[in-house]
Design a protein around this ligand. Structure first.
Ligand SMILES: [Zn+2]
Length: 345
């Protein structure tokens, strides 16, 4: 089987009338993140540069950017931090800045001290000279920027519409690089960050949203075209079991797995039997692919670097074998990673 072209992400822009700039930003953020193929949990950030009246009664331009601790799908106005843009832009004259210096400086630019700590990617939003900026880590973009030949693929998919930024960890230097690249390529519509994600912008909130959707749809169509006729994950290594057999297997192994991962306190399991997960788990390349590390830093935060892989062939092996292997593999993983330490008896 082959990957088929995914359905396009439809433009669903329809905000209620009468919203403030910050409220429209909340609407745009919630709308983007309502699709987890666009915004993964806790990942990405959005911003608007808006005229606001400060505590002294003076009007000033404020950068509203996502604060830490919020997820874009459920973020509310209080999840954003307002910072004085003119003070942020003074930093474009600097050559370098450590994370600590940057965090301390940003804290002093907040229009109110009680706002959440601004994102580590705040200056990227400040330095891109457009009113609205979206920064996301979408699946279809990750499939391009996370590969060894990502720059070539990006050129083939987007041509001059995209600017490619080689990998550099988020912080002051990356923000300056992106700003310089946008200034040097006025025709570009998007920035692609190697091993990281996407930056889009617009003069209106709707333009920024539409630019994000267009980039994601283009990448998804390109990926589907390039993988057409090719079996994903190296072809099938084993065939998925039928529904009845799967229910029996799960009933036999889930209590064992739960016990194995609950050594330091109770854990709740979640089972995903979607077609995509079955394709991966049954793929010939899955044992290796499962150990290459997370596709995106956000995944790393929530899943750790490498999954526990448990070999199993339902055609020739039974639930007892799987139970034993689960205990062995989880125990090896605990020894290797040092997490899930057993509580003293
Ligand atoms: Zn990012």
């Amino acid at each position: 089987m082959a990957l088929t072209a995914p359905p396009l992400h439809e433009n669903r822009w329809s905000p209620p009338a009468g919203l403030s700039d910050l409220e429209v930003l909340v609407y745009r953020s919630n709308l983007l993140a309502s699709d987890r193929a666009i915004v993964n949990f806790g990942g990405g950030n959005t911003s608007v540069k808006a005229r606001e009246v400060d505590h002294t009664g003076h009007e000033t331009t404020v950068l509203w950017v996502k604060g830490s601790g919020s997820d874009l799908a459920s973020i509310v106005p209080g999840g954003f931090t307002g910072l004085r843009l003119d003070e942020l832009l003074l930093l474009t004259g600097r050559d370098e800045m450590t994370d600590e210096e940057m965090v301390a400086y940003l804290a002093r630019c907040q229009i109110a001290p009680s706002m959440p700590r601004p994102s580590i990617e705040t200056l990227l939003h400040a330095f891109v000279p457009h009113a609205h900026v979206d920064h996301t880590h979408p699946d279809s973009i990750g499939a391009i920027v996370g590969t060894l030949d990502g720059e070539t693929l990006a050129e083939e998919c987007f041509g001059p519409d995209a600017v490619w930024i080689p990998y550099i960890r988020p912080g002051f230097a990356l923000s300056k690089l992106v700003a310089e690249a946008v200034a040097a390529n006025p025709e570009a519509k998007i920035v692609l960050l190697a091993k990281h994600g996407l930056v889009t912008w617009g003069e209106t909130a709707e333009e920024s949203y539409a630019a994000t959707l267009e980039a994601i749809n283009r990448a998804a169509a390109f990926n589907a075209e390039r993988t057409a006729g090719k079996a994903p994950f190296g072809g099938r290594r084993v065939e998925p079991v039928g529904d009845a057999e799967r229910a029996d297997l799960l009933a036999a192994v889930l209590p064992v797995l739960r016990g194995a991962v609950s050594v330091d306190g109770p854990r709740i399991l979640q089972v995903d039997m979607s077609a995509e997960v079955l394709d991966f788990a049954c793929g010939a390349a899955a044992p290796d692919l499962s150990q290459v590390g997370a596709a995106c830093p956000d995944h790393l935060v929530h899943t750790r670097r490498r999954a526990v892989w448990v070999d199993f062939d339902p055609q020739s092996e039974g639930a007892g074998v799987l139970q034993e292997r689960i205990v062995e593999r989880v125990s090896e993983w605990r020894a290797r990673t040092g997490v899930l330490r057993a509580l003293p008896q």
